[in-house]
Design a protein around this ligand. Structure first.
Ligand SMILES: NC(=O)c1ccc[n+]([C@@H]2O[C@H](COP(=O)([O-])OP(=O)(O)OC[C@H]3O[C@@H](n4cnc5c(N)ncnc54)[C@H](O)[C@@H]3O)[C@@H](O)[C@H]2O)c1
Length: 235
């Protein structure tokens, strides 16, 4: 039983795992490439793409080398081809059908967000336990009773789930999702969840992200602050 702390590595062209940090950057390159495609741009140099993604070009070239993509000197990368290479490596050519458990503030906002569909994620079901919420609509989705979780997941062919429920009920619902055959779960609940090894679990914690941001902001404002003995030793 384990919780997966970061992006689980995808495989490169030789079946080797792509390091999680490179994997995270590949999603950023993909977003930049999508913008270029929308502008009708067919080729991009590694410098331009690195710039658009906020990294340096040696790092970009290293990341793309995991996909066997080296670009052509003086010509750069074919935007459409690189887009499809990254999409394939990230598993985005597959049909992802997402169920959201918890139709409160967060669940409803996520269910109503139009940006998922264009990135290959279709929200197909929304659940809640509150009888006042069950049966209400978010866009074209109607909130289903959580008692029908397994049946609705099966009927809608959901293959990914988002937990947007209070912490105390998250583990039990996570277990139900796994029991129903869901193997990819994204949790917003502020609690550590346990899943079997075959299940991919990712946790979103905005408070942690804000704390990290605050740390960097403070360091930028006061570069002379002593980071403490252990941090000094690591420098
Ligand atoms: N990770 C983050 O950055 C982040 C940000 C905001 C909120 N959260 C967390 O996300 C979760 C949802 O937040 P929210 O603001 O939408 O809360 P909310 O109270 O508005 O919504 C929670 C919903 O879950 C439903 N629910 C409760 N028990 C249930 C069960 N057993 N089965 C199905 N539904 C059930 C409730 O009826 C309610 O509609 C909370 O755990 C919150 O702490 C995380």
């Amino acid at each position: 039983m384990s919780e997966i702390p970061g992006l689980r590595a995808a495989s490169d062209q030789h079946g080797r795992q792509i390091p999680p940090a490179s994997l995270a950057r590949l999603t950023i390159y993909l977003r930049a490439l999508n913008s270029l495609l929308a502008e009708g741009i067919e080729r991009v140099s590694s410098e331009e793409l690195a710039d658009a993604a906020g990294v340096n070009s040696p790092m970009l070239r290293k990341d793309l080398s995991y996909l066997g993509s080296y670009g052509t000197r003086g010509v750069g990368y074919d935007v459409q081809y690189l887009n499809s290479q990254i999409s394939t490596a990230l598993g985005l050519t597959q049909d992802w059908r997402v169920a959201i458990v918890g139709a409160g503030n967060l669940g409803r906002a996520l269910a109503g967000y139009s940006g998922f569909q264009s990135r290959g994620f279709e929200v197909v079901a929304l659940f809640d336990a509150d009888q006042m919420v069950v049966g209400t609509e978010v866009g074209w989705l109607r909130v289903s009773p959580v008692q029908d979780l397994a049946t609705v997941l099966h009927r809608t062919r959901a293959n990914m789930a988002v937990l947007a429920v209070p912490a105390p009920v998250a583990q039990a619902l996570c277990d139900e999702l796994v029991e129903a055959g869901i193997t990819s779960i994204l949790s917003f609940a502020p609690v550590v969840l346990q899943v079997p090894d075959h299940v991919q679990l990712r946790k979103v914690d905005m408070a942690t992200e804000l704390q990290i941001l605050a740390y960097h902001a403070q360091r930028a404002q006061h570069p002379d602050i002593d980071p403490g003995p252990s941090a000094r030793a690591a420098q």
